[in-house]
Design a protein around this ligand. Structure first.
Ligand code: DGL
Length: 264
């Protein structure tokens, strides 16, 4: 493999800051790589748009990344993965492309017949990709789907400590809340949007301490590393990796939030 190609960055893409929950895991296991993170905060949220709109936005950004020069791509957005990953793989068969999908499999199999709550954006909840995952792995679990419009916005604007956030979650999750005497009991929750891990503590404070949280970030980062290794695209250990952030809106305040979330 020619070294020039190995020296290129790996692009990590999301509609906003959420994909940093995947980037964090990728940096941990690939400390010698240069990462280019792009968040489309100008067009966020993606989860309340149509599939066609999200696909068009995603294809446009990926085209820009390729013009810039990248050696691999991580779609660190469940919504964009659901809308565009298949098309992208068809368009760029030589580029290692990894998408994220809700961690339904580990959540459905961690105990005998668990009750699992899948939280995701409206588009992911209604998309065929999640339906397919549930058909495949959901037979051994009771799966509850919850569309969460409004949740990513708290993370995107860095407001998870806002006094309005817990009341918002209480109302969104009331059916499963520890404060609801008639609640539907769940054993596990799947964070099916990359923004939600940044609100994990708050989500679990509403669902109760016995609920186990499953997120796809770590598995996605591992798969990204595996794909790059198979293509012989990983750098050697003499290079100290870097992370560059670019956001399509939000200026310095947004970049500051990105750096804070990466360190969190
Ligand atoms: N972070 C994105 C996801 O994983 C979506 C957030 C949004 O833009 O609605 O689905």
């Amino acid at each position: 493999m020619d070294n020039n190609k190995k020296d290129l960055p790996i692009a990590v893409f999301d509609s906003g800051v959420g994909g940093i929950s995947v980037l964090k895991e990728a940096v941990k296991i690939m400390p010698n790589e240069d990462f280019y993170f792009f968040g489309d905060s100008k067009n966020a949220p993606y989860g309340t748009k149509t599939t066609d709109e999200v696909r068009k936005l995603t294809l446009g950004h990926v085209n820009d990344f390729l013009n810039m020069g990248i050696k691999g791509l991580c779609i660190a957005c469940n919504t964009a993965t659901s809308a565009a990953v298949r098309v992208l793989r068809g368009m760029y068969p030589d580029l290692p492309i990894v998408g994220i999908e809700p961690a339904v499999k580990p959540a459905a199999t961690f105990m005998v017949h668990p009750s699992v709550l899948v939280m995701a954006t409206p588009m992911t909840i209604h998309g065929g990709k999640l339906r397919h995952l549930i058909d495949k792995f959901g037979a051994d679990a009771d799966i509850h789907l919850l569309s969460c419009p409004g949740l990513m916005e708290f993370v995107e604007s860095g407001r998870t400590e806002d006094p309005l956030f817990i009341p918002f979650l209480e109302s969104l999750l009331y059916e499963y809340s520890i404060n609801n005497p008639n609640r539907t009991k769940i054993d596990a929750v799947v964070t099916g949007c990359t923004h939600y891990p940044f609100a994990a503590k708050e989500i679990l404070s509403v669902l109760g301490p016995d609920v186990r949280l499953f997120d796809g970030g770590e598995g996605t980062a591992r798969e990204l590393k595996r794909r790059l290794a198979v293509a012989d695209l990983l750098r050697d250990t003499s290079h100290k990796g870097t992370v560059t952030f670019e956001m399509s809106a939000g200026g310095d305040a947004k970049l500051k939030l990105c750096r804070r979330l990466l360190k969190s």
